[in-house]
Structure formats: structure tokens, C-alpha cells
Design a protein around this ligand. Structure first.
Ligand SMILES: NC(=O)c1ccc[n+]([C@@H]2O[C@H](COP(=O)([O-])OP(=O)(O)OC[C@H]3O[C@@H](n4cnc5c(N)ncnc54)[C@H](OP(=O)(O)O)[C@@H]3O)[C@@H](O)[C@H]2O)c1
Length: 315
């Protein structure tokens, strides 16, 4: 099996590359060569830039499948499809759960309504990212038909997740003590381990499976994530709910209560297609170890200990 990964050196892409190698595939990765750590031995690095339309490195070669992790606007996927044409047997697009309309009830599957497509946007924001992914999905399905596969991850974490979103809470739980929580303690979470996204993607490629798949993890809550992190680090926490507006908007992992239902999507189709389910405990343990090994660099999101102490002092 020969697989081309567009973005194999990024966070999720790296997990897909490693899983593909572990299952005996030959892998090439296309990117600017700026993100992440060096690619594993044996992976062919192809350098280009989707922003400037530089796809020269993809002019030759044939692959059983391309996995596209760096397509965000229709021009990205359209240019890649123009270059690759029928030299790829399957086009797997890494989309997002952000394609779905807001305020869905809990437990919806891949047939849930999507947002209106948006073909381009100057800046990808909370309002444009999902609609741009919808338009990308449509273009890929139109061009590749049964050879198109769409994977819609929820929030992903795992070793290598330098975004800090889940890591903020994992570190916060591990530090122990009084934890300021700007959301309801029962806020649902469905974090997926990057290695489970990877397993799903590579199984879909092996089985030549078309269609859309929700890649979401086991159901949990934000409290469970914090308490599990404390337990694994040998500390204990006292969770103190604070007003959501006491912290900046779009605080890590915090969702407004009306959106809680849609944070619980149905992963049955992906699981029956072979998606693995890493227990949250294992994911948190592996993230803590990875973060420790890299020296726990400062995060640029969330509250500093001083800011948190000040907020807690007001209560
Ligand atoms: N992380 C999540 O929680 C999450 C959730 C849902 C969906 N997704 C989707 O999963 C995909 C990957 O996410 P990620 O978190 O792994 O992102 P990431 O770590 O930022 O990786 C992005 C990848 O794209 C490459 N890239 C960026 N700009 C490029 C350009 N102009 N030309 C060529 N390559 C470029 C990067 O490599 P270079 O910088 O070296 O070019 C890198 O390999 C995205 O499509 C995202 O929408 C992620």
C-alpha cells in the first residue's frame, strides 16, 4: 500500500503516518516542511506550499490513497485534485465536526444537516472554518465519487498535541489544588485520541470505504478530564465553578451550554469501520508523559496561575 499524506508532519498527520508505517505501508508526506518533528525514517518528504499553489513535488508518483490534512478552502483541494487526478486511488479528506449545523441534539450521526458551504474566506474563524470544510467535502465527493472518503474528527488530542487546548486542562488537573472552571462541571467532552483517528483513516483506506465518518472519542466530561489528570499525576483537585464571562471568549475546551448536545456525536459508523477507542485515561497518561519529556514549555492559552488565583480569591 502506498499512501500520500498532505500534512504528514503535523499533529494528526504524524499519527496517520506512524499508523500507516506500522501496518506496512510506504508513505510520502507533502508539506512546507516547517511543522512538527522530523518525519520517521523511510518516509519520503515532498516539499511544496498550498498557499502559493506550489505542487511541483506532486507532479509524478502514484498512490493507493491521498490523505488530505492541509485542505481548508476549496482552492486547496481543487488544486490538489487537479495535480493528482487519477494517480491516487482514493481521496481521504480530513474534515471536521465543525461542518454540522449548531444546536443539534445529542447523539446525531453523519446524516445530520451540515452548514451552508463557503468556497473561500480571508480568515478561518469559528464562523468560516466549518462552512469552508463543507465546500471542500462537496468538491471532493463531486470529483472522486465512490473513491472519496470524508473523516470528521471532533476535538483531537494525544502525544504531539501542541495546540494546548486539551493540554491546558490536563496540566491544570495534574498541578492539583483549587481549579477555576468557567463552565458547568458536567460539560460533555468527546475528545478523540489522534492514534484512533489514524487507525480509522488507514482502515478506511485498506477497505476502500467511501462515505463520511464521525471520528469522536468516548463520552466524558470536563470534570472527568481534570480529575483523571490529577489522579494520574498523584495530586487532588477541588473544582470551583466560576462565571464563563470571567475569562476570555473561546477559552480552551469551554462550550456554551446550548452547544453541549452537539458535543455528543454518534461514532457508531466509524467504530464499526475499525476505529480504535483509546480510553481517556490512556490518552491523558500518554499526553502527560509526552509533555514531560519535551520539558513542558509555557502555554500561550488559558489562565496563568496568578490570574487563576486572583479569580479564585474573589470567591
Ligand atoms: N487538531 C484537531 O483537534 C482537529 C479537529 C478536527 C479536524 N482537524 C483537521 O485535521 C487536520 C490536521 O490538523 P492538525 O491539528 O494536525 O494541524 P497541524 O498540526 O497544524 O498540521 C497542519 C499540517 O499541514 C501542513 N501545512 C500547513 N500549511 C501548509 C501549506 N501552506 N502548504 C502545505 N502544507 C501545509 C503542515 O506542515 P508545514 O507547516 O510543514 O507546511 C502540517 O503538516 C486539519 O485539516 C484540521 O482541520 C483537526
Amino acid at each position: 500500500m502506498q499512501i500520500l499524506v498532505l500534512g504528514g508532519n503535523g499533529f494528526v498527520g504524524r499519527a496517520i503516518v506512524e499508523d500507516a508505517l506500522a501496518h506496512g505501508a510506504e508513505v510520502a508526506s507533502f508539506s512546507r516542511g516547517q511543522s512538527g518533528s522530523p518525519l520517521p525514517a523511510g518516509v519520503t518528504a515532498l516539499i511544496g506550499d498550498r498557499e502559493t499553489g506550489d505542487y511541483e513535488a506532486l507532479r509524478t508518483g502514484e498512490w493507493d490513497a491521498v490523505v488530505d490534512l492541509s485542505g481548508f478552502r476549496t482552492r486547496d483541494v481543487d488544486q490538489a485534485m487537479d495535480v493528482l487526478g487519477d494517480r491516487v486511488g482514493r481521496y481521504v479528506f480530513i474534515s471536521s465536526h465543525a461542518v454540522y449545523v449548531r444546536d443539534l441534539p445529542a447523539g446525531t450521526d453523519e446524516t445530520a444537516p451540515r452548514r451552508e458551504p463557503l468556497r473561500d474566506a480571508d480568515v478561518l474563524t469559528n464562523d468560516t472554518y466549518g462552512p469552508c470544510k463543507v465546500a471542500c467535502e462537496d468538491d471532493i465527493v463531486e470529483r472522486y465519487g465512490d473513491q472519496a472518503t470524508i473523516v470528521r474528527p471532533g476535538r483531537v488530542t494525544g502525544p504531539g498535541d501542541s495546540s494546548g487546548t486539551a493540554l491546558y486542562w490536563i496540566r491544570r488537573g495534574a498541578r492539583g489544588g483549587r481549579v477555576a472552571l468557567p463552565t458547568g462541571p458536567e460539560q460533555p467532552l468527546q475528545l478523540i485520541d489522534s492514534r484512533d483517528v489514524a487507525r480509522l483513516v488507514n482502515q478506511l483506506v485498506t477497505d476502500e470505504r467511501a462515505g463520511a465518518f464521525n471520528a469522536v472519542g468516548p463520552e466524558s466530561t470536563i470534570t472527568e478530564l481534570i480529575e483523571l489528570s490529577a489522579e494520574l499525576a498523584g495530586t487532588s483537585v477541588d473544582i470551583v465553578p466560576i462565571a464563563p464571562d470571567a475569562v476570555p471568549p473561546r477559552f480552551p475546551l469551554v462550550d456554551p451550554e446550548p452547544e453541549w448536545g452537539e458535543r455528543r456525536r454518534n461514532p457508531a459508523k466509524a467504530r464499526s469501520a475499525g476505529m480504535s477507542v483509546t480510553p481517556l485515561r490512556q490518552t491523558v497518561a500518554d499526553v502527560l508523559k509526552w509533555d514531560h519529556d519535551r520539558g513542558e514549555p509555557e502555554l500561550s492559552i488559558g489562565l496563568t496561575p496568578e490570574q487563576e488565583a486572583e479569580l479564585l480569591g474573589q470567591r
